[in-house]
Ligand binder design. Structure first.
Ligand SMILES: CCCCC/C=C\C/C=C\C=C\CC(=O)SCCNC(=O)CCNC(=O)[C@H](O)C(C)(C)COP(=O)(O)OP(=O)(O)OC[C@H]1O[C@@H](n2cnc3c(N)ncnc32)[C@H](O)[C@@H]1OP(=O)(O)O
Length: 281
């Protein structure tokens, strides 16, 4: 198993830290010295799928940003077509038990770290954000998206039950009837549709504009006391994080049983074959 490592570099006025795997930097962090805002860039080719190492890198980067007293986090992608394609489906296919346990725990911890971050969080969605890609964007406090892309949780379309904490990610952004319909349909929204239902807050015409809008949102908390803000955010969000805070083992057990069931494995095989065949045509 690759261990992610983090390095800090001084780069002119900026600090750059990277979470690295053997072959590439999975995440990049740049802190703007003027604003104190950290940009956390997902950088796992080809489509920022979240395997164990990627989620660990994301969690470690977020913790490091919090430790560095940054003023906020902007989550974005180095790929200009895909923000994130969600969980790495190869991690779920015929998994080895020990790795699957580590993988699912990392998903729980990564989500909790982002959802309950002490810092203001925003997503500059510069490409498709599917399934857990959408969940990560929804866990942020603000979302700015570029036109021409898609966002949503389409799990039920390919036979996946949606775990409660993923339902809660949507519920913290969208009204319940909208969540129910979207999840049951497995609806993927265009940028325009996402704006209409307030799944995203703003549309930007370039990544730079999206980053700038996210920075303005984070700047809007300049007058708020950071500790009071963080504790109030935690209070507001604790209810939706309750399952994972109080009973992570129960959620883990339920998810593992489901993932390793023949029902799930069969539908995953069919889905992966469809995904691969697209590129062979
Ligand atoms: C009550 C108990 C409940 C318990 C519940 C427990 C579990 C629930 C189970 C699972 C929950 C899962 C949530 C998820 O996040 S699953 C991930 C779902 N994601 C997707 O379906 C996205 C699929 N990808 C795409 O649609 C496209 O790739 C995308 C639009 C993102 C980009 O298109 P593009 O044309 O640019 O790129 P492609 O050629 O399609 O992809 C390149 C390459 O990457 C492979 N790939 C894409 N996405 C994934 C992925 N998520 N995981 C692994 N691999 C992926 C793709 O197959 C291509 O590979 P290759 O052909 O080049 O080998």
């Amino acid at each position: 198993m690759l261990r992610s490592q983090t390095k800090l570099f001084a780069l002119g006025k900026r600090q750059l830290c990277r979470s690295m795997s053997k072959s590439c930097d999975l995440t990049l962090v740049e802190v703007d010295d003027k604003t104190g805002i950290a940009t956390l860039t997902m950088n796992k080719p080809p489509v920022n799928s979240c395997n164990l190492e990627m989620m660990r890198a994301l969690k470690d980067s977020m913790k490091q940003i919090e430790g560095n007293k940054s003023r906020g986090i902007i989550l974005t992608s180095s790929n200009n077509k895909v923000f994130s394609s969600g969980l790495d489906l190869n991690e779920l296919r015929n998994p080895e038990q020990e790795r699957l346990v580590a993988f699912w725990k990392e998903l729980q911890e990564m989500w909790l770290t982002l959802y309950l971050s002490n810092l203001p969080t925003a997503a500059a969605i510069n490409g498709h954000a599917l399934a857990v890609g959408c969940v990560m964007a929804s866990a942020c406090e603000y979302r700015v998206m570029l036109p021409g892309f898609t966002i949503g949780i389409h799990a039920t379309k390919f036979g996946y039950v949606v775990p409660p904490f993923i339902v809660n990610s949507y519920l913290s952004v969208l009204p319940r009837p909208v969540v129910e319909r979207a999840l049951l349909q497995g609806k993927i929204f265009s940028t325009d549709e996402a704006q209409q239902i307030n799944l995203i807050d703003e549309v930007a015409n370039s990544k730079e504009e999206a980053l700038s809008k996210c920075a303005s949102f984070i700047g809007s908390f300049a007058e708020a006391n950071p500790v009071a803000r963080a504790l109030t955010k935690r209070q507001l969000r604790a209810e939706f994080a309750r399952t994972l805070l109080d009973e992570p083992e129960a959620e883990l057990k339920e998810s593992l049983e489901y993932i390793t069931s023949p029902l799930f494995q069969d539908s995953l095989d069919a889905y992966l074959a469809k995904l691969k065949s697209k590129n062979k045509k």
